[in-house]
Ligand binder design. Structure first.
Ligand code: ADP
Ligand code: MG
Length: 483
């Protein structure tokens, strides 16, 4: 199946081809025909599987361009608003559609001006509600999309969303897209969608996303060394390092910068301008390493992120899914790496069960191992080096005093020294030790289950349904310590 099978109008199809999209992703294959037929749709698919185009393309195809604002897309964050509006602009511009982006922190007047000229609005809930409530704008869109609905609820936007819908016309096509479907979302869907069709892309169908997942067991104080060693070893083209706290983001970013890495930092307290500049420099490749908190990096769509590092375990499985979804985007492969202390092994096991994937544990490579892995890279680099007149002259000069083999040795040593691997020889736990730790965790879990009758797994699930920021991490920790 290709995009031509949807019978899109010619300028739209042209834009899709210009974007280099050939095959629709699973969620696109299922959702696009339903939306074209006019149904309300609630769709669930993992991050990075092309949900934006899944609602964007059929809406653009159905829009006329002479009815003012025809489509309203509500997204959780400013970054996402810009991303989604970029994507819609890219596909809609051949049809002459204009997009306006609406979010807090910028002037009202400019936004209202743009809204007056726009065919599509992409907005965050806070500012949108504000504009509607104060009568600054009136909207009668035919299409309303709630994008990344789970994140919107996680961020506490439920009331704003419900309120926004009181300002919208009853006759409309409503679409809801989300990476996960907690019960809260289903309840909201019952309120705002009419006899919706459901699209759910299960894990096995979406595993065309090749993300390998590894975890490494380290002592609490070894995290920094482990991280640097792994970056040296894995050689990421671009990577994101996730931390739990803003303070940690700042500390790690300066540590890595002091080691000569090109680093950017992203957290919730940063000024909007600064965030945009940081994200842009990451996209353009001026920065290779991004240190971020969960909230700051939500939905971030940067191509070519080869690795995601979890400096600390995320607090719950849903964050884990969102974090690792920053890599392996647009059909590329990616690697997710998590650092855990022995006390957190139990949480790893729970996330594995919750997410339905297997994470493989490995020992952190020794300094020697990294050094030898660099050797072949160095050899390739030397072989690929073009001989320049300056180089020839330098050797000529040296040759007066030093014999040619010695010169070669010196030059090679000089190159090797620029790639010297720092740090302790061995970091973290070896495979045998990890095995022993895991056996203890398993045993403690079994004992626990027999002792309680009610399995731990179910308990944590119930907790999570009640509040998205559940605390199973803490409880599991204290239990492991006892064992
Ligand atoms: P999601 O919303 O599911 O997290 P996005 O809509 O942000 O995913 O898409 C992730 C990336 O994949 C984007 O860069 C997008 O341009 C790209 N993409 C989406 N659909 C396709 C497709 N059919 N072929 C190639 N790339 C695609
Ligand atoms: Mg999305």
């Amino acid at each position: 199946m290709t995009f031509t099978d949807f019978n899109f109008k010619t300028p739209l199809l042209q834009a899709i081809q210009d974007a280099g999209f050939i095959k629709p992703s699973p969620v696109q294959k299922e959702a696009i025909p339903l939306i074209l037929e006019g149904y309300d749709v609630i769709a669930q698919a993992q991050t990075g599987t092309g949900k934006t185009a899944a609602f964007g393309l059929p809406i653009l195809n159905l829009m006329t361009g002479n009815d003012g604002v025809e489509a309203l897309v509500i997204v959780p964050t400013r970054e996402l608003a810009m991303q989604v509006s970029d994507e819609l602009y890219r596909f809609g511009k051949n049809c002459g559609f204009k997009t306006a982006t609406v979010y807090g922190g910028t002037s009202y007047d400019k936004q209202i001006d743009r809204i007056r000229q726009a065919h599509i609005i992409v907005a965050t809930p806070g500012r949108l509600q504000d504009l509607l409530k104060t009568n600054r704008i009136k909207l009668a869109p035919k299409f309303v999309v709630l994008d990344e609905a789970d994140e919107m609820l996680d961020m506490g936007f439920l009331d704003e969303i419900k309120n926004i819908f009181t300002f919208l016309p009853k006759t409309r096509q409503t679409l809801m897209f989300s990476a996960t479907m907690p019960s809260q979302i289903r309840r909201l869907a019952e309120e705002i969608l009419q006899t919706p069709k459901t699209v759910s892309i299960t894990k096995s169908e979406s595993t065309n996303r090749a993300i390998t997942q590894h975890y490494y067991v380290v002592q609490e104080h070894e995290r920094d060394d482990a991280l640097i060693r792994l970056i040296d070893y894995k050689n990421p083209t671009k990577c994101i390092i996730f931390c739990r706290m803003k303070k940690e983001v700042d500390r790690l970013a300066s540590l890595l910068a002091s080691q000569g890495f090109k680093v950017g930092a992203l957290h919730g307290d940063m000024e909007q301008k600064q965030r945009e500049i940081t994200i842009r420099s990451f996209k353009q490749g001026n920065v290779d390493i991004f240190v971020a908190t969960d909230v700051a990096a939500r939905g971030l769509d940067v191509n070519d992120v080869s690795h995601v590092f979890n400096y600390h375990m995320p607090f719950d499985s849903e964050s884990y899914v969102h974090r690792i979804g920053r890599t392996g985007r647009g059909g590329k492969t990616g690697e997710a790496i998590t650092l855990v202390s022995p006390n957190e092994l139990r949480t790893i096991k729970m996330i594995e069960k919750d997410v339905g994937t297997k994470m493989v544990t490995q020992a952190i490579p020794t300094r020697q191992e990294v050094q030898s892995s660099k050797e072949s890279e160095l050899i390739a680099r030397i072989i690929d080096t073009k001989i320049t007149p300056e180089g020839i002259n330098l050797v000529k000069t040296l040759q007066h005093e030093i014999d040619i083999v010695a010169i070669a040795h010196m030059l090679a040593s000089s190159i090797v020294s620029t790639q010297e691997i720092k740090g302790k020889d061995t970091i973290g736990f070896g495979l045998k030790e990890i095995d022993a730790l895991l056996q203890r965790v398993n045993k403690a879990r079994k004992d626990n289950q027999q002792g309680r009758r009610r399995p731990q797994q179910n308990r944590s699930r119930q907790n999570r349904d009640r509040s998205p920021k559940n605390s199973f991490h803490k409880s599991s920790n204290s239990k492991t310590q006892k064992s």
